[in-house]
Write a protein that binds this ligand. Structure first.
Ligand code: MTE
Ligand code: CO
Length: 423
């Protein structure tokens, strides 16, 4: 083996210069050149000297106390009450493509109720041959149980950004999204059991919370891929995510994913309830509103660097982010470091599943120059994520919902990162 093979030179580094630099080889380096020993290496820490916690110290596990800043956060001035409000997923502190259950953003209009699973009931009524009432146990005995990862994005995600850069952090600009594994049964199985009449074209899904939230869903979607789910990341749903049962409406706006699901009514036309008229519709420049906008179009965001996760050192850095599309599978994500002049294709890693969040990486060297960082998602239908100005050209300035425009982060020479918009 010649002397300059990687393994030999690495061994040399470890036995010589490396250990000296770490302060472990006494007397080898002269007093003037010896770097200060790193106390984290020379001092034996307490955790190596004492026994750690025994089993059962935490019967239900929680993160390390050093991770206590990785939490959902809210923006107090955004809503008048905490019960009809939202908090945000800390996207900048997460990796991979699954959102841990305790960090999945919550959005509710009447607080999160504590539903007793023993008293839980789901009713199907309306234009059906046989109205039915299911208990939770009945649902779990249904055939066709399935596990699927899907993103849920609130239609209002990035809504504050429609008129320009507002909130300083991807947690706040893009954190009304989560991506978890659901366990449940296809909604079709329940509807088939009830027998949808031939004039049954729409479904009203209604929640058991104080807001009694309800949405109309076309029967084709209900039959295609919706789930009635009780599981989230392998365990029961969390109360704030709809325990014990929520509706999963893959790729469609989060508002339709009714939590604490108590009733499904089959009808022959949409109900036009509050959440699908005065809310969640897009007001256009000429004063008319789009009637329904169900599908969440392809979108992406760079999570690192971002305002809450600035660049710390020059040289090798890893840019990372997430992309998703309500129309299908993410096929490609491009990133730009100069505000969209030049683009490079990022590396997609981990499962790229349909209607699920997809993780991308771009390894780069930072020379300390100012950067304008962007990402642009493309899905398997050929749809390309637009710029914010392209969206505004079509939709005007009245919009709040369905903002999937390209996000820009300005990285300053000192690494600090800011939410900006370039025209
Ligand atoms: N379902 C009920 N019953 N009540 C609600 O307030 N909020 C909706 C939807 N389902 C809501 C609901 C909205 S607007 C969104 S974005 C999603 O739930 C949020 O789901 P999450 O709390 O799991 O993030
Ligand atoms: Co919402």
């Amino acid at each position: 083996m010649s002397d300059n093979t990687p393994s030999t030179s690495r061994r040399r580094f470890l036995s010589g210069a490396g250990l000296a630099a770490a302060g472990l080889v006494a007397g080898k380096a002269s007093a003037q050149t010896a770097p200060k020993p790193d106390p984290a290496i020379v001092n034996i820490p307490d955790w190596s000297k004492n026994l750690g916690e025994g089993v059962q110290a935490r019967p239900y596990g929680s993160p390390s106390k050093f991770e206590k800043s990785t939490i959902r956060r809210d923006v107090e001035w955004l809503t008048v009450s905490r019960e009809s409000s939202v908090n945000f997923t800390p996207l900048h502190a997460l990796d991979s493509f699954i959102t841990p259950s305790g960090l999945a953003f919550e959005r509710h209009h009447g607080g999160a109720p504590d539903v007793d699973p023993g008293q839980y009931r789901l009713m199907i009524n309306g234009l059906v041959d046989k109205p039915l009432v299911f208990t939770l146990e009945d649902l779990k005995r249904m055939p066709g149980r399935t596990n699927r990862a899907y993103f849920l994005e609130c239609a209002a995600n990035s809504g504050m950004e429609w008129k320009g850069a507002q909130l300083n952090g991807c947690q706040f600009t893009h954190g009304m999204i989560h991506n978890v594994w659901y366990t449940g049964v296809p909604l079709k199985a329940l509807l088939d059991e009830a027998g949808v009449k031939t004039n049954g074209k729409w479904l009203l899904a209604e929640g058991a919370d104080a807001s009694g939230m309800s949405r109309s869903i076309p029967i084709e979607k209900a039959m295609k891929d919706c789930l009635v789910a009780w599981g989230m990341n392998g365990e029961m749903l969390r109360p704030e995510q709809g325990y014990p049962v929520r509706l999963v409406v893959p790729g469609w706006e989060g508002n339709m994913w009714v939590k604490w699901l108590r009733r499904l009514e089959v009808g022959d036309q949409p109900w036009h309830h509050r959440e699908e008229t005065s809310k969640y519709t897009d007001l256009l420049a000429d004063g008319r509103s789009r009637r329904f906008t169900w599908i969440m179009d392809a979108k992406s965001v760079v999570t690192n660097p971002s305002p809450q996760a600035p660049l710390k050192v020059k040289g090798a850095n890893v840019l990372s982010g997430v992309a998703w599309s309500g129309r299908g599978t993410i096929k490609r994500v491009d990133v730009s470091l100069d505000g969209g002049r030049n683009w490079a294709t990022a590396r997609i890693d981990g499962p790229a599943l349909p209607l699920s969040m997809t993780r991308f990486y771009f390894d780069f060297d930072w020379d300390g120059r100012e950067l304008l960082v962007q990402s642009r998602a493309m899905d398997d239908t050929g749809y390309v994520q637009p710029t914010k100005n392209e969206l505004r050209k079509v939709r005007g300035l009245n919009s709040i919902y369905h903002n999937n425009g390209i996000q820009t982060w300005l990285v300053r020479a000192n690494g600090e990162t800011e939410n900006v918009e370039i025209s």
